[in-house]
Design a protein around this ligand. Sequence first.
Ligand SMILES: [Fe+2]
Length: 435
Amino acid sequence: MSVTPPPIYSPPKQEANLKADLTELKDALSQAAQAPAKPEIGKKHFNVENPAPVNVFNYTGAVFDDDEEEYEHADLLPSFPEISFPPLGEIPFTDRGHFANPEKANLYAEVATQGGSVKHHTPVLGVEFQGVSLKDLSEKALDDLALLIAEKGVVVFRKQDNLSIEEQLRVGAYWGPLHLHPSTGVPRRAGLEHVHVVYADKGARPDPTAFSKIELFHSDVTFEAQPPGPTLLRNLVTPDVGGDTIFSSGAAVYASLSPYFQKYLESLSAVHSGYEQAKGARGAGQHVRREPIETVHPVVRVHPVTGIKSVFFNAGFARRIVGVPKAESDNVMRFLNEQFALNHDVTWRVKWNKDDVVIWDNRMVNHSALFDFWPERRHAVRVTPHAERPESVAAYEARTGQKAKDWAEERYKALGIQKPTLDGGVGRKERGFKD
Ligand SMILES: [Fe+2]
């Protein structure tokens, strides 16, 4: 069966629009709703009699034990309906951060009205809201929040137990048309095809052949021409211990490099591929809903609202640097991934509680989800708005007439001091450890 729903989810502002679109999508997928209540699922991954399927990216949430009938979030368990989506065309997008108050006055006023609190974590990453209901923020506050996420990479809203999946979709769709994932699990409940399900339980036994979390630092679906902006993940069930997510800042990686290497990276592009993920899904016996593509993106992109430069590279989807010798490509990619995965100065780690919502700017940060909690259950639902086509430094500066910015330089400027510069080594003492 092949059903073609609308290619993008686009109720950008009003709840009425959202409801209309949900109804439309529901109608379009009414046939798909007849799909088996218990779809083909991934126990076959670890079937000793059939060891062949390999799930290349093991965050598809495809493997689970299906033996609990009374599970409270059963409607949001992953399914793999046999529906097909057309290729994505150009997607209109305007960043809501352009409409923000630079001081986020609307957002902070509403946080105060709700009696909530806000805590900033490291200078480059992380803001945490306690006692704030995300679904009750006004559109003006959501504009401010879009800017805050662009500036701080990741924000956490604790305890959003009053946020329905429809409200999570509404907030995401306010920031951009929602992405339909080509292969990973979507909720069993029909009409939620824009939701990406993350799920693991005791059936998801650790795979000794899987990629390590170093290789799995990634930014979501960067093979798309317009990869996501602010991306919302809500944890419905979290393990008591473990299951943290580590975020890593591309702006801080960029700022940590020498001006020579920064310039070199700014001249490069990389191929991002969806083929391996699709192959992994097919290998696991799952239907691929949209044919895979490859897209070339700049290795350094500029955020359209903040003007901050960020290394836009992830080992999950980037396959090669364009137009340089293979050995050079391999080593540049290895080096960049090491900076994201191993330089803890550019990372921030989120410890989840049940019903927390984490929103990250997928343009500016990579992330890696830890799988250190087996055999406990982890269940999360992601809403993923498209953003603009990544823009290189040269393209941004030509379009805006503005110079793109280095995150650390801006920070030092705000502190009234100059970013330390390299002196070519002349007169500089050799560095040593202090420990
Ligand atoms: Fe991810």
